[in-house]
Design a protein around this ligand. Structure first.
Ligand code: C2E
Ligand code: MG
Ligand code: MG
Ligand code: MG
Length: 290
């Protein structure tokens, strides 16, 4: 009976996998169509300088509102786009759109765009970026590329060459989701990052008694700052978390405590009005610690 059971389960799984593959193929087709027909959007989440409490820039984040299925999380559709290679075109669209939008904001505002490891492995990336910033008429240093540690898993020589080429173009480079991958110090030694983004999994729970996260955040910020890099704490949601990451030395803050990712129009409005009063909470980070 156990054997029968096992076989039955095998067929059940196979059918399941088949259905899943079909659903993915359908989603890929819809995604391709969305890219062509203007169904993708970028939202912009403010990044705030901790000391001045001022917006220094935004992170561009992809949004897809599927005609039947509604909003699909970027975690899900970016993964499909990476598996199918579609991320090359979607990523280029995101770069060009972000540069175009960035041109409408004041000169001291920056924009960060996420770059997939697949784009990073494409030797044409520096040329695509050069053309995107020229078309928008913005200086390269206003554009920041967010790269994850996974780019270091592929060929060393190519990775080094790509970093050198991007530096030559003049864009800023940020190491995204730091602490979630291999987090080798070797990356920090050889790659010319301007910023480390501390993953939100370290911020989450950092205010709980006995949490080790604070010690980790503090170590990352002192290391980064000694290397001349900025640090952004990702996913700051509460006033307690905001207070803590400032004390621990994060130079920049990003999270729902200030703003969720906003439409282009709302992001522009936010620049005009300044930050929401709700986040201008206790400034204990500036007072001596108890
Ligand atoms: P990411 O680059 O690490 O982006 C930060 C994510 O954290 C975003 O999720 C953002 O909405 C979310 N977030 C920001 N503040 C908070 C907070 O206070 N609390 C919580 N719980 N979350 C917060 P989102 O927009 O769902 O994007 C998820 C991931 O999808 C991104 O992670 C990035 O890896 C990928 N992605 C998004 N847009 C692009 C893109 O244009 N290109 C590529 N290659 N990947 C993208
Ligand atoms: Mg990012
Ligand atoms: Mg991140
Ligand atoms: Mg992430």
């Amino acid at each position: 009976a156990a054997k029968d059971n096992g076989r039955g389960r095998f067929f059940f799984y196979a059918e399941d996998l088949h259905a899943e593959a079909k659903a993915r193929a359908a989603l890929e087709k819809d995604l391709r169509e969305a890219l062509v027909k203007g169904g993708l959007e970028l939202n912009y989440q403010p990044v705030i300088a901790a000391a001045e409490e001022k917006i220094t820039g935004f992170e561009a984040l992809l949004r897809w509102n599927h005609p039947e299925k509604g909003r699909i999380s970027p975690e899900k559709f970016v993964k499909i786009a990476e598996e199918t290679g579609l991320i090359e075109q979607i990523g280029e669209w995101a770069l060009r759109t972000a540069c175009h939008d960035l041109a409408k904001w004041p000169d001291d505002v920056r924009c960060a765009v996420n770059v997939s490891p697949l784009q990073f492995a494409n030797p044409k990336l520096p040329a695509i970026i050069t053309s995107a910033i020229a078309e928008a008429g913005i200086p390269a240093h206003r554009l920041e590329l967010e790269i994850t540690e996974s780019v270091f898993l592929s060929d060393d020589a190519n990775t080094d060459a790509m970093f050198a080429a991007l530096k030559k173009v003049g864009v800023r480079l940020a190491l995204d989701d730091f602490g979630t991958g291999y987090s080798s110090l070797g990356y920090l030694k050889k790659a010319p990052f301007d910023k480390i983004k501390i993953d939100q999994s370290f911020v989450r729970g950092a205010t709980e008694p006995g949490s080790r996260n604070g010690a980790i955040i503090q170590s990352i910020t002192s290391l980064a700052h000694a290397l001349g890099m900025d640090t952004t704490a990702e996913g700051v949601e509460t006033l307690d978390e905001l207070d803590l990451v400032r004390v621990l030395g994060c130079s920049h803050i990003q999270g729902y405590i200030y703003d969720k990712p906003l439409s282009m129009a709302d992001a522009t409005e936010r620049l005009r009005t300044g930050l929401d009063a709700k986040a201008q909470g206790p400034k204990s980070a500036r007072a001596p610690r108890q």
